[in-house]
Design a binder for this molecule. Structure first.
Ligand SMILES: [Zn+2]
Length: 68
């Protein structure tokens, strides 16, 4: 198992993580089926479709239990 050679300082760690939120907001798109905002390459949380496949019903937004 790989072991870190040096401890990453709080400054370097926080600078690295500063870009995480920015990149994740770029992955937000709109659902082609219902138009709601949705993460790309993810199932739409409001209508439950992914690439034209209906994975769960509209009312049943049970979370991330849908499987492709
Ligand atoms: Zn949708």
């Amino acid at each position: 198992m790989a072991v870190p050679k040096k401890r990453v300082s709080r400054s370097a760690r926080d600078k690295r993580r500063a870009n995480d939120r920015i990149i994740s907001t770029q992955a937000v798109g709109t659902c082609p089926a219902c138009g709601a905002s949705r993460l790309s390459h993810h199932v739409c949380p409001s209508c439950g479709t992914y690439k034209g496949h209906k994975l769960f019903a509209d009312a049943d937004t049970g979370g991330d239990t849908a499987q492709t």
